[in-house]
Structures are given as C-alpha cells and as structure tokens.
Design a binder for this molecule. Structure first.
Ligand SMILES: [Zn+2]
Length: 423
C-alpha cells in the first residue's frame, strides 16, 4: 500500500503519462500504468510533476526590508550597499527572523524548497548570522536553507571582517563567501580570493563568491577563483556568482577563460532580474545587458543556475519568490528562446542549483526524497510561458502547499465559458 499515487504525470525530462508512487517520504516507482493501491490517489491529468524549485543565490537577511529606512533612489548597486549600511544598525533579530520566515512561506507556496542565502558577516554583533541559523532550524522540516558567510563590505576592506567571518563559520554557517571586486584594489581582490579558498579547503567547506559583479571588462577575479580552485583541489565545490563583467570582456580573453572555469569545475550563478536592472548603469546607448555569458558557459559544460538574489530589499523592490519569473527573465536576457535553451533555463532553477548546492536528495527519480511540485502546465516550456500555478507542493511525500488552478470565466456570445491559457 503506497502513501501517495500521482497518476498520469508529465516529467521535465520528456517522459509523459507516467504514474509516480510515494512511500515513507520517498519516490518508490515511476512507470506507466502503475498497478498499486494508495492511501491517496491524485490524477495529474498530463500536467508537469517537477522537482522543486531551488534558489542558489539569495539574501535572506535583507529580504522584505524594502523602504527601511528609505528607498534606493538611483537603483544602483552602490546606493543599495550604502542603504544596507544605514539599515544594519537598526536591525533587530526578531524582525529579521520574522521577515525571513515570511519569505520562506512565499517560497514554499511557490514550490521553492531549497535556498542558498548569503549572510552579511560584517557586523561584529553577527546578528544576521544568529537570526538565520535560528531560521535554518525552524524551516528545516519544509525547506533546505544553506547559509554563506558573506563579507559584504570586503574581507580586507572592512575592519574585523576576517575574524567575524571565521566566527560565523564556527557558529555553523555552511559556505565561504567573498566579494573580491569590492576590495580596495584588484590585487586585494585576488588576495581575498586566495585567503578564502584556503580557508574553505582547511575547513572542508564549499565556496560561493560574489565575483566580478561589475561592468569592468578588466575585472579578473573569476580567473583567480578558477586558479585557486584548481590549485587546492576544490573542483566541484566552488561557485562564481554574478560574473557580470564577463559580459563586457574581450572575446579573445573569454575564449581562454571559459575552458579554465570548466577545467576547474567551477559553477556559475547568474541573477537575471538583478543583473539586467543593476548593470550597464553608467552606459548611455547602446546599454549593456550585463548578464554573464550563460549559453556559452553551458555549451562548454559549466553548470549554470539562475538565482533570485533579491526580493523587496535595498537593491530590488519587486519579486515574490517565483523562480519561474527568474528563469523567464533569464531566457529573455540570454536570448535562449529556442526549445533546448528554454529547457536549460528551467533546469537552471531546478536541477542545476541542486548540483551546485550538493543536494543529492532532490529530483524526480526512484529512491529520492519525494519533494515535488505539480504545475498547471504540460511541460517546462509551458511552465515558463505561464509562470504556471503550483497546484500542489510536497515535501517528503507530505503536501505542504496548494493553489487553485488559474481559470478565467468568460461571458462572450459564442465563445468558450472558460480559458486557462493552455493551448
Ligand atoms: Zn548577491
């Protein structure tokens, strides 16, 4: 007797009309016409049963703080960082926990069940670290939260950042972060990458750095990151976030750089909503898009994910934890509008970030934890087109969120009474 049987599902890998059986929190069968009894049976009616959405790049310590203490007028990265600096002394642990939990509620409702959040550790109180460690425990039953020790004001630039970062890791943060392009000089940036990679190697941790988040074609920190990854044997454990300067780099140099990234097993995370709004701000026209070279990285075999980065904070006033919105923007900015390109964009918010975060438990495969999302769409491309409704969300086989199907009622002579925007 199964706990749950979902009949007639389409899967993101192209299989259609299969039944999925769940027992003791795990997927135990995926096959057509599964003959089994279950405590609960659901007909998916040929809709897409997907692995959960995953956001591998987020800032949960600032989320939902929009307007505190004021609004970012220029919309630039630098005013955002300055504004965050004004907000930091005003933060309380209770308010931070409350906002993070509220965001996790939105995430779950949107089928987003794993988030890697950077945590600013440039505050000797380590208030955000304590708050988010608490949140990580609170949400554990329904959401995997991975926390990056992020020296937002620069490891070498901000007084005490190194000590605070080590203390935050001692307290239990999971990943070593960095921000080499914000250090005082290119040389200091490179030095911060060396120090942080060595720290991660010593402690057996993963690395995820904000790297080259500028329009400067001469920014070279991703090269340094790939170099130290290779030197220290950290292949498969290191990620470069943003990499927006790659957009502006010389093409000849990039033809050398991408194979180095691939060889070092460094993954990449682009943040399309943020990159398209924050980069190119000093340009007149033509204006650069400023997102990293996603199709070229993918073609070289580099794992690439899309992150949300910000929701209603000093840098970005929009967003709702919807990773389909993120992927939708990503495919437009990268001009990945072919069928394979769009499928890759769907993977960039599901399977690719799982790989980057080392979440081996996730995926629609026999033996994996039954974390699943039923979408009101037939396949990944339709899901992207419609930013499809998450009809049901399961964690370990237990349903944790549902949303009614989206249907509009029409009152038109001689036309159908309802439309759901599916062809
Ligand atoms: Zn970020």
């Amino acid at each position: 007797m199964l706990d749950l049987l979902i009949k007639n599902c389409n899967l993101a890998d192209g299989r259609s009309g299969v039944d999925v059986g769940v027992q003791d929190g795990r997927i135990v069968a995926i096959q057509p016409a599964l003959q089994a009894q279950a405590h609960e049976t659901l007909d998916a009616q040929g809709q897409l049963l997907s692995a959960p959405f995953i956001d591998a790049h987020f800032h949960m310590d600032s989320t939902l703080s929009f307007g505190l203490p004021r609004i970012n007028q220029s919309g630039t990265l630098l005013e955002g960082i300055a504004l965050w600096g004004e907000l930091k002394p005003l933060l309380t642990q209770e308010a931070l926990v409350e906002r993070a939990l509220a965001y996790c509620d939105w995430a779950v409702a949107n089928g987003l069940l794993a988030i890697r959040s950077h945590v600013d550790v440039c505050d000797s109180r380590l208030l955000a670290t304590e708050a988010l460690l608490h949140v990580r425990e609170r949400v554990k039953p329904y959401l995997d939260l991975q926390l990056v020790a992020f020296p937002q004001d620069g490891l070498l630039r901000a007084p005490g950042a190194m000590e605070n970062l080590k203390r935050a890791l001692d307290m239990g943060l999971d990943v070593v972060g960095g921000i080499p392009h914000f250090e005082r000089t290119m040389a200091d940036g490179a030095e911060s990458v060396r120090i942080l990679c060595e720290l991660a190697a010593e402690r057996g941790l993963r690395v995820d750095m904000h790297c080259d988040e500028t329009d400067d074609p001469m920014s070279r920190h991703i090269e340094t990151l790939a170099y130290h990854t290779q030197r220290l044997g950290l292949q498969g454990r290191v990620n470069g976030s943003h990499l927006t300067s790659m957009h502006s780099m010389d093409n000849y140099y990039v033809s050398k750089l991408i194979p180095l990234i691939r060889e070092a097993g460094v993954s990449a995370i682009a943040n399309p909503l943020i990159n398209i709004t924050i980069q190119g701000r000093h340009d007149t026209y033509p204006k650069r898009r400023g997102m990293t070279r996603v199709p070229e990285l993918l073609a070289a075999g580099v794992t690439v994910a899309f992150g949300h980065d910000c929701v209603m904070d000093p840098w970005y006033s929009l967003g709702s934890g919807d990773m389909l919105e993120v992927a939708h923007m990503g495919l437009h900015v990268a001009q990945m509008t072919g069928q394979d390109g769009m499928r890759a964009c769907f993977e960039a918010v599901t399977t690719a970030p799982a790989k980057i975060m080392g979440l081996d438990e996730l995926g629609i495969e026999v033996g994996k934890r039954a974390d699943m999302v039923l979408l009101q769409a037939g396949d990944p491309v339709e899901a992207l087109r419609l930013r499809a409704t998450r009809l049901h969300v399961w964690r370990g086989g237990k349903r944790i969120a549902s949303t009614p199907a989206r249907t509009a009622t029409l009152q038109l002579e001689g036309r159908p009474a309802q439309v759901d925007f599916r062809k």
